[in-house]
Ligand binder design. Structure first.
Ligand code: SF4
Length: 346
């Protein structure tokens, strides 16, 4: 009976070193292979040219490299690129490259589907199939970095965990991927250029704060009134705003890192002055800024972007209360690559 080969990238560097020692080789060989796997993102053992042919064959006999494959790449008229990414078990996730004049940002997925059920989100309709492994998250970033160099002549500058899935429901793997992305042996990116965006899981926000992570935190808030938030993000009934607020205060006390609130204004849902006033009160608990994001329809009739008067009203009330606010145009709408639209339709 043939034994199933192990995913070599599930091993830590120490485990790789131990493996080579157990084979009668030098521990240093583990460092070399690790560098190929992560720093050079090798797709095959064959590429590892400073490793002997026999050793490469031995690796081939024992391990696989479960690389992702970009199945389809779509380019938007505004330059945004969406990748449909095939995983080793043939499941598909999506990731997006968003170029601006000054930066290129990768929006990456952390789960296949999502266990949460935000009513406005296309991914929610897929349900959660599984968590992504650290290497599958890392590979999405490498693929987008390559595309950024190829099409925009510059390396990737920022990463947001805002694709498919709730990153804090895949906490260990997301942190392990970030560790690789920021490590000098990986991509060597600054953690300050990485933002983890959560719908707000209080216990995990506190855990992140205790870990003293250096990346930034964004929260998809969308309403600071429990009743309204629960109607559009039903898990808010389990994790109400008071718990979220307390966790965010804890986050700030530990990290001193300002929180970004992602916020969509929908007609008839959260477009009244009382909604904006509630947001102001919520923002007062810890230093924060608000990103008002344009809504991208997902093919149902439930949600509609609020008119510009409602956005002006929000901006005026927030600024009057000293809160920084930006109103962001959505990117990649024509290829379903915008926030909340990722659902493997391609
Ligand atoms: S908005 Fe985020 S957390 Fe909510 S269902 Fe979609 S992917 Fe999941």
């Amino acid at each position: 009976m043939q034994t199933k080969k192990k995913d070599i990238r599930a091993l830590t560097k120490d485990q790789l070193r131990d493996f080579f020692v157990s084979q009668g080789d030098k521990a240093f060989r583990g460092n070399q292979v690790y560098e190929w796997l992560w720093g050079k993102a090798a797709y095959s053992f064959e590429e590892m040219t400073n490793i002997s042919k026999e050793t490469r064959q031995m690796l081939e006999d024992n391990f696989v490299i479960n690389h992702i494959k970009v199945d389809q790449m779509q380019r938007s008229s505004d330059g945004t690129i969406k990748n449909a990414v095939r995983l080793h078990d043939d499941l598909i996730v999506e990731s997006v490259l968003i170029p601006t004049d000054t930066r290129t940002t990768a929006c990456v997925s952390s789960q296949v589907g999502c266990s949460l059920d935000c009513k406005f989100c296309a991914t929610a309709k897929l349900k959660r199939m599984r968590n992504l492994n650290p290497d599958e998250i890392y590979d999405q970033v490498v693929a987008i970095d390559n595309e950024s160099r190829l099409y925009f002549d510059r390396p990737l500058s920022n990463i947001v965990f805002m694709g498919m899935g709730e990153p804090l429901m895949n906490y260990n793997n997301v942190l392990a991927a970030i560790e690789k992305i920021t490590s000098p042996e990986g991509l060597g990116m600054s953690p300050r250029r990485i933002t983890v965006s959560t719908s707000g899981v209080p216990k995990m926000i506190k855990k992140m704060a205790d870990t003293e992570v250096k990346f930034k935190l964004a929260v998809s808030l969308h309403s600071a009134i429990d009743e309204v938030r629960t109607s559009i993000m039903p898990f808010n009934a389990t994790f109400p705003l008071a718990d979220l607020r307390e966790a965010l205060q804890y986050w700030y006390s530990k990290t001193k890192s300002r929180i970004t609130y992602e916020y969509v204004v929908w007609r008839g849902v959260n477009d009244k002055p009382k909604d904006a006033e509630a947001l102001v009160q919520f923002c007062k608990f810890a230093p924060s800024k608000v990103n008002i994001i344009e809504y991208n329809p997902i093919g149902d009739e439930m949600f509609h972007q609020a008119d510009s008067a409602a956005l002006d009203m929000y901006r005026e009330i927030l600024e009057r209360n000293g809160i920084t606010v930006t109103v962001r145009r959505s990117r990649g709408k024509d290829i379903d690559a915008a926030c909340g639209q990722l659902a493997n339709k391609s």
